[in-house]
Design a protein around this ligand. Structure first.
Ligand SMILES: [Mg+2]
Ligand SMILES: [Zn+2]
Length: 184
């Protein structure tokens, strides 16, 4: 779409963003992808965005679920996305503990985004982070890209950390597409 040969990326939180929030989900039958997520992803894809998941999964280090269980949830999510014609380009997760200093990838640290930028030809300047929590918005700020917050009263995220507060994924996708329309 642009001359650089690079594509912008929509960096996507998983839990509470692409799938409905279920704390420390490990049962694939509980995975739900809202319709607003499918339609938003379709629009982003059509506009040339890479779709890259960026997920903290400390439940592995905490012993709440195994990596295999986490991946089973991931596969179910991918099935539901595929039914909507969506395939993700990349998937990064941090399995480490919350202890500060234990890794450089746990959001809001930027390790996973840096890895994605090494793995794909990403137009970083025109990318954005979608998420439902403070760590996602702080990650966006740390990486100097817009942070689009899917906000509802239950998730109690701090709207002030966000570039834009959105009612749902569709609205966030539309914000990014409008923003993309203003690129020089
Ligand atoms: Mg989340
Ligand atoms: Zn990590």
């Amino acid at each position: 779409m642009r001359n650089s040969g690079k594509q912008p990326a929509a960096f996507l939180d998983r839990d509470g963003t692409i799938i409905k929030a279920v704390p420390y989900i490990k049962d694939p039958s509980l995975v739900e992808v809202p319709a607003a997520v499918l339609s938003g992803l379709q629009q982003l894809r059509a506009a040339g965005f890479l779709l890259i998941l960026i997920s903290n999964q400390s439940g592995i280090a905490r012993g709440y679920f195994t990596e295999q269980e986490m991946l089973a949830v991931h596969r179910r999510m991918c099935e539901l996305l595929a039914e909507g014609g969506i395939t993700l380009d990349g998937y990064y997760y941090c399995p480490h503990a919350v202890t500060p200093g234990s890794c450089n990838c746990r959001k809001p640290l930027t390790g996973m985004l840096e890895k994605a930028c090494r793995d794909f030809a990403i137009d970083r300047q025109h990318s954005a982070m979608f998420g439902d929590s403070d760590c996602d918005m702080q990650l966006a700020a740390n990486f100097n890209i817009p942070g689009l917050l899917l906000f509802d009263e239950r998730n109690a995220a701090n709207p002030q950390l966000a570039t834009q507060v959105c009612r749902d994924f569709q609205e966030a996708a539309e914000w990014l597409l409008q923003y993309a329309g203003r690129w020089p």
